[in-house]
Design a protein around this ligand. Sequence first.
Ligand code: ATP
Length: 355
Amino acid sequence: MDIQIRDIYKGFGSFPALRGANLDIRSGELIALLGPSGSGKTTLLRTIAGLEFPDAGQILFGGVDTAPLPVSERRVGFVFQHYALFKHMTVLDNITFGLRVRKSKNRPDKDAIRKRALELLDLVQLSGLEKRYPAQLSGGQRQRVALARALAIEPSVLLLDEPFGALDAKVRKDLRRWLRELHDKTGVTTIFVTHDQEEALELADRVVVMNRGSIEQVGSTSDVYERPATPFVFDFLGSVNVFPGTVKDRKLSIDGANVTLDTDNDHAAGAVDIYVRPHDLRVVEEGSSGFDVTIKTVQRTGAIVRLITQLKHNKEIVEVELAHLDPQAINRKVGESIRLQPAIYGLFPRASHDS
Ligand code: ATP
């Protein structure tokens, strides 16, 4: 089912939790809503589910406005971080619950319900555990039962709110890979909330980065990581150096040195902030395009050599990460002067700093 989210506003009292969210989701996509705590991810998910009503805007499922549809008619499956299973029911009864409570005209017969539940148990790799109670399962197994329960109603949309948040790192990683495979098998349009950038980048077809109730960027994992659209996205998706520069006639000057731009970065001019990740800086020969820094510290940590450097005039700190086998990483010494050229970077007008 494709989903269109059109200009959604939602406030709690005077607090604007969603401020004009727009998003088109294609049928069968696996989408991550990524953002810091309080950015509106859960509110957006709950609004899609029909558990919250937007103050303004529209949500369309397959082109149909969902406003008049109650939750039960939206065919959405949910899994929440702490969405407890029914403790007094077996795994099998938990999974079949959504089908058993249907009105009789929409309810499959007993055998069909049982067959579907056993197929789902197989799908979530828990065959043989149908008679257990939730207390007899591990955390990861419980989340898989919760997923099977959500899938039992044959949802057109699956909504997951930090589904693996409460689990330890190793189980989380296994479940991530497993969820990706499950999604590829079922093809259900799936939206999951996470504040973990690694989880979003690893799992999703597209990542929606949220900040303060707005969508900052929507893109493939490489789009949002390699071409962040805003300073916020740069900052949120990994460590980044920020230092000042000036753009004039499409030429960038950093700390008094001219740096050749290798892309058409024509949206910024005048005073800018340069955003560049430590591993996107190259050490280049004297005489080539770049700016000069002095090495303050050299940290060798396994596969990475980290240089803490300082701009010559401006004195800003710039961190550089080189692979330990990079010829430029060998024999680097404190006090040495090197020239740096940004390989991938963002230029943003200085005024947008606090956006
Ligand atoms: P987290 O990662 O912490 O779950 P989130 O990005 O999912 O955060 P939301 O839960 O959507 O954020 O909350 C967005 C903002 O709306 C927060 O500031 C929150 O305090 C506020 N909020 C959410 N639900 C309510 C409510 N029922 N009443 C009042 N304020 C609310």
